[in-house]
Write a protein that binds this ligand. Structure first.
Ligand SMILES: Cc1cc2nc3c(=O)[nH]c(=O)nc-3n(C[C@H](O)[C@H](O)[C@H](O)COP(=O)(O)OP(=O)(O)OC[C@H]3O[C@@H](n4cnc5c(N)ncnc54)[C@H](O)[C@@H]3O)c2cc1C
Ligand code: SF4
Length: 788
C-alpha cells in the first residue's frame, strides 16, 4: 500500500504479553492513540480447550492451519514453550510474580565465551516500577494458613524438604484471586467483584478453585492474567485491540516513524484460509512480541534497519530452567503429593549465589510444578506394562463372566483393578528449577526460520547444581528423582526464554538502551523478555513488566504526540525535508597495553563515531565528531564505557600531514575518572604508509577528566592499537548516512577523506595553529615520533 494512505496511529504495540500490555496501558492512559496487534485469539473464561480433540489443536502453527495457545519451538539443544493469545504468556503462566534479587543485577560479569553479562539497570531503578505492576496484577501468596488451603500436600512436602535441608522456603506471590474482594477471607469458586475498568471479556470471574490447571488456561478467570488486568484497563482508556493480527513487516519511514504490515488470520478457516494483509503507520513502535517474536521480526526485517546493532540475537538464555520429577514419594508408606491440587506453583525454595556470599554457587530457585488432574490419567496410562497385565486380567474375568463361570454379576472390583490404585500419579510431582544460567545462546535465521546456537556447557556448574538441588528435595521427601524427563537427547525444556535483543549502555553490547529504545532508531522500543541481558533468576514476568513500565516513563517524557490538527496537516503536507545530514560508523582497534616493566595486556577499543551535521563537520578546521563505545582492558577494570570526541584528519596541528585525535572519558577499576588520549599521525607518502598511519594509533591513559587533567605531570600508561585488516569489511558495512540525500552525504564524506590523504601524500604544507591545545599536547607527548 502507498505509504501516504496508511492508517496512522500514534503508537502501535506488537504483542500483548507482559511487556506489550503494560506499554499499551501506559500509553493509552497518557491519552495517546494506541493499537495492539496480537497474533493469537482472545480466551474469555470458560473458553480454554479441555477435550482431547480441542487440546490436539491447541498449538500455534499457522502453516498447518492451527492457531492455538501453545507455541512450542524445537532447537537442537533446547525446546521452548511460549504463549500465543490475548495476554501472551500470562494465559498459561503459573502466576508467580517474584522480583529479581538485588545482587543478581550484575555489572560487567565476564562470560566464558567472551563478552560480559551487564545489567544497565539496578534493583533500585526498578523498585517503583515493580510496585506499579504489583498494584495492577495484585499478587498474593496462596493462603496456606487457612483451613482447606493449609492441607495442600505438595506445599507441605516442599516446606518439609526445605526445613530438612536448612534451605530458604517461601510462598511466592501469585497473580491469582482467592477471595471475592481484597480483605475478604479466601473462598473457592466465589464471584469476584468487578474492577472500575470493565473486564474486556464482559464475563464473570470466580475465585481460585485449586484445580491445578493454570498452565492450560484458567476457565474460572481466577488468574489475574493480562487480559483481565492491563489489557482491560488499556481498552477502557481507549486502546484498540486487534487479535489474530500477526505482524510480518516493519520498516522506518523516510520522514520519521514506522510502517507496520500485518496478516489477519481466520483461526476457524484452516490452512487454506485467505489471510488479509493490512498496513499501519505510527510515530512510536513498541515490539512486545516476546523473545522469539521480537528477535525473529528484527532478524527478518534487518535489511530495513541499516546499522542495527550486531548484538541482535545474542545473550539468549533459558533462565536456567530445568524440569525434574519426584516419583513415588514415601514416608513410612506412600506419601501423597497430589500435584493437581492447588495452583500449579505454590511454594519456592531459594538457593543463594556467590554474589550473596556463598562461594562457588550459582543462585537459583526450585518450585513445585503441579499439573492438571487429567495428567494423572496420562501418568497412569503411561505405565503400559502394568496396565497390560491388568487389562489381560480384566478380559479374562469378563470372559469367565460371559461363560457363566463366575458367580457374581458385579464388575466393580474388576474395573477398579483395571484402573489401578493411581499410586504413581498420587505420589509424584514435577519440580521446576531456574536461576543464573550464563546468557551465551545466539539466535539467528536459517533458511528464513529461527535457529538457536545454545549449549548448556557454558553453565555446566549451574545445571549440575540445579539437578543436585532437585534430587536433594526429592530424596528428602523419600522420592526417586528423574532429571529433565521431557527433554529428548539431553535437550533442556524452557518456559522462560530471554535475551536476543539485549539492553546495554552502547550499541556494541546491546540492541537497545537501558530504556528499551533501539540504538539508532528513535521511536522504536522493545518491551519484552528479549531485552534481558542475562537470566533474571526467578520467574521473569514481573521484571519484564517492570522494565516496560520504566520504558514508558521515559517514552512519555520524551515523545509528544502530534495534536489531531497538527497530524492532519502533517499527513497532507509533503514530507518536510530534514535540514541536516550526517553519518555514523563503527571501528574496532585491538592491541596491547603496558605499564613500566609489567606484562603487556590486551587492549581493545570499540567505538561508534557520529557526525551529526556533515556541513558543520566540513567547515570546522578540527573536523570534530562525537565518539562513544567501550574500552576493554583488565588493568582498567575490564570493559568500561568511553565517551568523547574525535578530530578526524585535522591538519592544523602538524606542519605537513594530518592527525586524528581521540579524546575519551572513562572510569577506572577504582571508580576514579580516566582520560584516554589516542593519536594517529598520518605523515607518509606511499599508499602502504598511509594505510599504516590511518589504522595504527598510540594511546595514553591519564587520571582525571578531559579539561582538568595535567597531561605533562600525570603518570601515564601507553598502548598501541590498530584496525585489523579482517575487521575492515565489517567497519565499511557499518557506514550509515542519515538525513536527506544519504548517498550524497557518503560521497561528500569519502571525498573529504580522500582529499585529506592526497594532501598528505603530496606533502602540501599546513598552516598550523600553535596556540591550539591539541598542538601543545602533541608536542609534549608524542611517543609515535620517538619511534620514527
Ligand atoms: C507453562 C508456563 C508457565 C509459566 N509460569 C510463569 C510464572 O509463574 N511466572 C513467570 O514470571 N513467568 C512464567 N512463565 C513465563 C512467562 O509466561 C514469560 O516469561 C512471559 O510471558 C514473557 O513475556 P513477554 O512480554 O516477553 O512475551 P509473551 O508473554 O510471550 O507475549 C508475546 C506476545 O506476542 C505475540 N506475538 C508474537 N509474535 C507476534 C507477531 N509477529 N505479531 C503479533 N503478535 C505476536 C504472542 O502471541 C504473545 O501473545 C511461564 C511460561 C509458561 C510457558
Ligand atoms: S488453580 Fe485452577 S482456578 Fe486456580 S488459578 Fe489455577 S486454573 Fe484457575
Amino acid at each position: 500500500m502507498d505509504t501516504e494512505n496508511r492508517e496512522h496511529i500514534h503508537a502501535v504495540v506488537v504483542g500483548s504479553g507482559f511487556g506489550g500490555s503494560v506499554a499499551a496501558f501506559r500509553l493509552a492512559e497518557a491519552g495517546r492513540s494506541v493499537v495492539v496487534l496480537e497474533r493469537g485469539r482472545a480466551y474469555p473464561p470458560g473458553s480454554f480447550p479441555r477435550t482431547p480433540a480441542e487440546m490436539s489443536r491447541n498449538f500455534w502453527d499457522p502453516k498447518a492451519g492451527i492457531y492455538g495457545m501453545f507455541d512450542v519451538l524445537n532447537f537442537r539443544k533446547l525446546q521452548a514453550v511460549t504463549g500465543s493469545g490475548l495476554g501472551g504468556g500470562s494465559l498459561l503462566y503459573a502466576g508467580v510474580l517474584l522480583r529479581k534479587d538485588e545482587k543478581w543485577f550484575v555489572d560487567e560479569e565476564p562470560l566464558p565465551g567472551g563478552g560480559y553479562e551487564d545489567w544497565p539497570v539496578t534493583r533500585a531503578d526498578l523498585e517503583k516500577h515493580y510496585d506499579a505492576v504489583e498494584k495492577m496484577l495484585a499478587p498474593t501468596p496462596m493462603p496456606f494458613d487457612r483451613p482447606g488451603y493449609s492441607e495442600t500436600p505438595k506445599t507441605i512436602a516442599m516446606r518439609d524438604a526445605a526445613r530438612r535441608m536448612g534451605a530458604e522456603w517461601s510462598l511466592p506471590p501469585l497473580g491469582i484471586t482467592f477471595s471475592a474482594k481484597p480483605g475478604l477471607p479466601p473462598e473457592p469458586g466465589t464471584r469476584i467483584a468487578e474492577v472500575e475498568y470493565k473486564n474486556l471479556h464482559g464475563a464473570v470471574r470466580r475465585s481460585c478453585r485449586m484445580c491445578g490447571e493454570c498452565n492450560i488456561g484458567c476457565n474460572d478467570g481466577a488468574k489475574n492474567s493480562l487480559d483481565h488486568t492491563y489489557l482491560s484497563a488499556a481498552k477502557a482508556k481507549g486502546a484498540e485491540i486487534r487479535t489474530s493480527s500477526e505482524v510480518v513487516r516493519i520498516a522506518p519511514r523516510a520522514r520519521g516513524g514506522y510502517e507496520v504490515d500485518y496478516l489477519v488470520h481466520d483461526p476457524d478457516a484452516g490452512p487454506a484460509a485467505f489471510k488479509h494483509s493490512k498496513q499501519l503507520s505510527c510515530d512510536v513502535l513498541v515490539l512486545g512480541a516476546g523473545t522469539f517474536g521480537t528477535v525473529g521480526l528484527l532478524l527478518r526485517n534487518r535489511a530495513n534497519f541499516p546499522g542495527l546493532s550486531r548484538a541482535l540475537g545474542t545473550r539468549f538464555s533459558g533462565n536456567g530452567d530445568v524440569l525434574g520429577f519426584m516419583l513415588r514419594a514415601t514416608e513410612g508408606g506412600p506419601r501423597t503429593l497430589a500435584a493437581s491440587q492447588g495452583p500449579v506453583i505454590t511454594s519456592s525454595i531459594r538457593f543463594p549465589d556467590g554474589l550473596d556470599g556463598v562461594a562457588g554457587q550459582r543462585g537459583g530457585y526450585v518450585q513445585d510444578a503441579g499439573f492438571p488432574l487429567f495428567v494423572d490419567w496420562l501418568v497412569e496410562g503411561s505405565r503400559v506394562s502394568k496396565l497390560g497385565a491388568r487389562a489381560a486380567r480384566f478380559v479374562g474375568d469378563a470372559l469367565a463372566g460371559s461363560l457363566s463361570l463366575s458367580r457374581s454379576p458385579h464388575s466393580g472390583a474388576r474395573l477398579s483393578s483395571l484402573l489401578g490404585c493411581g499410586l504413581l500419579s498420587d505420589t509424584s510431582m514435577p519440580l521446576l528449577a531456574m536461576g543464573r544460567e550464563r546468557p551465551e545462546g545466539r539466535l539467528s535465521l536459517r533458511r528464513g526460520e529461527l535457529d538457536l546456537r545454545w549449549r548448556h556447557e557454558s553453565s555446566r556448574d549451574y545445571f549440575t547444581l540445579a539437578g543436585a538441588r532437585m534430587r536433594a528435595i526429592a530424596e528428602s521427601d523419600g522420592a526417586e528423582y528423574r532429571d529433565n524427563p521431557m527433554g529428548r537427547g539431553g535437550r533442556v525444556v524452557t518456559v522462560h526464554p530471554l535475551g536476543g535483543a539485549p539492553m546495554a549502555v552502547t550499541e556494541h553490547a546491546g540492541v537497545c538502551d537501558p530504556h528499551g529504545q533501539v540504538f539508532g532508531f528513535p521511536g522504536l522500543y522493545i518491551a519484552d523478555g528479549s531485552v534481558m541481558p542475562g537470566s533474571v533468576g526467578p520467574n521473569p514476568s514481573l521484571t519484564i513488566a517492570a522494565l516496560a513500565d520504566r520504558l514508558c516513563d521515559r517514552m512519555l517524557e520524551t515523545s509528544r504526540p502530534a495534536s489531531g490538527q497538527a497530524r492532519a496537516r502533517a499527513e497532507k503536507a509533503p514530507p518536510r525535508p530534514s535540514t541536516t545530514s550526517g553519518l555514523r560508523f563503527r571501528e574496532k582497534m585491538v592491541g596491547t597495553y603496558a605499564l613500566g616493566g609489567t606484562r603487556s595486556q590486551a587492549f581493545t577499543l570499540r567505538l561508534s563515531v557520529e557526525i551529526p551535521d556533515l556541513d558543520a563537520f566540513l567547515a570546522d578546521p578540527k573536523h570534530r565528531a562525537d565518539v562513544s563505545g567501550w574500552v576493554d582492558c583488565s588493568t582498567l577494570g575490564g570493559r568500561q564505557v568511553v565517551q568523547g570526541t574525535l578530530e578526524l584528519l585535522t591538519r592544523h596541528a602538524t606542519p605537513v600531514g594530518a592527525r586524528m585525535y581521540y579524546r575519551l572519558n572513562t572510569v577506572g577499576r577504582d571508580g576514579e575518572p580516566r582520560v584516554i588520549l589516542g593519536c594517529k599521525d598520518v605523515q607518509r607518502r606511499s599508499a602502504w604508509g598511509l594505510w599504516r598511519d590511518t589504522t595504527r594509533m598510540w594511546v595514553r591513559v591519564y587520571r582525571g577528566t578531559l579539561g582538568t587533567v595535567d597531561y605533562v605531570h600525570t603518570r601515564h600508561r601507553t598502548a598501541r592499537v590498530r584496525v585489523r585488516v579482517r575487521d575492515l569489511p565489517r567497519m565499511v558495512r557499518t557506514f550509515q548516512a542519515f538525513g536527506p540525500r544519504r548517498s550524497r552525504t557518503i560521497r561528500r564524506f569519502l571525498g573529504f577523506f580522500a582529499a585529506q590523504l592526497l594532501g598528505v601524500a603530496r606533502q602540501v604544507p599546513n598552516d598550523p595553529d600553535p596556540d591550539s591545545p591539541a598542538f601543545r599536547l602533541v608536542r609534549i607527548n608524542a611517543p609515535w615520533r620517538k619511534r620514527r
